[in-house]
Design a protein around this ligand. Sequence first.
Ligand code: BTN
Length: 330
Amino acid sequence: MLKQQLQLLHLIGDGGFHDIDTLAANMAATPQAVSALLSQLDDDGFVVRVRNETEYALDMPVDWLSEGSIREYLEPIAAQCFKRIEVLDSVDSTSRWLAQCPPPEVHRATVCMAESQSAGRGRLGRTWVSPPAVNLYLSLNWRFEAGPEVVQGLSLALGVALAEACENLGIPGVGLKWPNDLVCTRGKLGGILIELGRDGSAGVGPPVCAIIGIGINANRSSPQSQVIDQPAADLNTLKGGQISRNRLAGEVLNKTHQVLAAYMLDGFAPYRERWLQRDIFLNQQVEISGGSRTLAGTAIGIDERGAYLVHTADGTLPIMSGTVRLSSGQ
Ligand code: BTN
């Protein structure tokens, strides 16, 4: 279904009107099947227009991802680091795709992006809903000479990178929810999933190969994603206009490169203040759930490792993993 949807988008993505019989012939499908796919596109938030009952068009052309366009936005140092940028039409997960690539050399990364994912992975085993041709699904690999402990602060530092990338696009009001959700008042805009292997293999220990997966709702917050964790939001709504995904990808890669290069030298400490400035729950009553436990208290920020600090009746506790929400009743 996803592949056929993409095939149809490639045929009608120019914004012009197309006859349904011609579309069906080009897709080796029946007009009824094409009609069902057009309805599905409509459900996914594309505006499909009809003329003379048999001609269909999108209200605006599809802004396809392209390596060439993305490279126009890359700073020279980032372009040198990201020598290989693979843009796929559809894949199960860009992170799983990268896990099958050879491990990167130091200060080099392979980037994989896709127009859609059939099995996008989120934190804590959740699904990352990945509708076609509207959002950003991006993974890259990075080699660290340190051990797996490197990841805790890294994921928070990358959250700062994503928020700053959005600000460079003129998008206001992007905050962070611990550990690394990109959020606004309407809901979740994006997230980061870091998966580890030792030098590209399954074991973990120095050197570590991190696969960094980034998902950002650029132009569509899929209704399905609202049932997963929290309401979904998108940058388009925040900005009040279409987001260029190629430019967003370029900004994300520039900022991600800056963070990775600096993190190798100085770790998380330089990012703590920048993270705190965007902390949406600072000084509020929160609940943190993880495993079978739920803990309640006042959120007072993060420590220099990136652990979440919660002031409870038993004192201030550093939390290393879990899901944070505002206490019920607030
Ligand atoms: C989260 O749960 O907040 C993290 C979501 C990470 C999703 C991205 S999309 C690109 C990459 N490929 C995946 O399968 N997951 C990550």
